[in-house]
Design a protein around this ligand. Structure first.
Ligand SMILES: Nc1ccn([C@@H]2O[C@H](COP(=O)(O)O)[C@@H](O)[C@H]2O)c(=O)n1
Ligand SMILES: C[C@@]1(CO)OP(=O)(O)OP(=O)(O)OC[C@H]1O
Length: 156
């Protein structure tokens, strides 16, 4: 079992990429990479499940190689390490914490992208979204958070 949590600031002039999907929105997430907050939380959960540290340990934000990096590629790289250790996905559950934009229309596409990266069926991947009822940084639209829990199982 592993869990991951991440937050990125919402700013003007950046694309809003969440779960590998570019969502039309007036602001986007700020980061060294593409700042895909959901994929970062999932990557951290997967690394945590096998005691392999976190995303910043594997892809330091001081390394120019990861400037504007595609977080899906980072997740795929981590997944390769997991597969080499003899594990496959049991299931994954995640929550995006955002006042706006509305995530629901994009969740099926996110789920497909994540399942493909983790060599799993879409039935093993769940993505949810919640507002914070306008409370806190997410509620004020200053940023978006995501959390994820993952269960890995030994491959046959
Ligand atoms: N950014 C978001 C936030 C929420 N949703 C969907 O709306 C439902 C109700 O949200 P509450 O925070 O009022 O409970 C939630 O269950 C999601 O289905 C969303 O799509 N995008
Ligand atoms: C992904 C990395 C690396 O580009 O950068 P960011 O996009 O800033 O993301 P964050 O979740 O703050 O930390 C992990 C980083 O090392």
């Amino acid at each position: 079992m592993g869990q991951g949590f991440d937050v990125h600031q919402l700013v003007e002039g950046r694309p809003c990429i969440i779960g590998g999907v570019t969502i039309p929105y007036e602001k986007g997430l700020l980061g060294h990479s593409d700042a895909d907050v959901l994929l970062h939380a999932i990557t951290d959960a997967i690394l945590g499940a096998l005691g392999m540290g976190d995303i910043g340990k594997h892809f330091p934000d001081t390394d120019a190689a990861y400037k504007d990096a595609d977080s899906l590629k980072l997740l795929e790289h981590v997944w390769k390490l997991i597969r080499e250790k003899g594990y496959k996905l049991g299931n994954i559950d995640s929550t995006i914490i955002a006042q706006r934009p509305k995530m629901l229309p994009y969740i099926p596409q996110m789920t497909e992208i994540i399942a493909k990266a983790l060599e799993a069926d879409v039935s093993q991947v769940n993505v949810k979204a919640t507002t914070t009822e306008q409370l806190g940084f997410a509620g004020r639209g200053e940023g978006i958070a995501a959390q994820s829990v993952v269960c890995l199982v030994k491959a046959d």
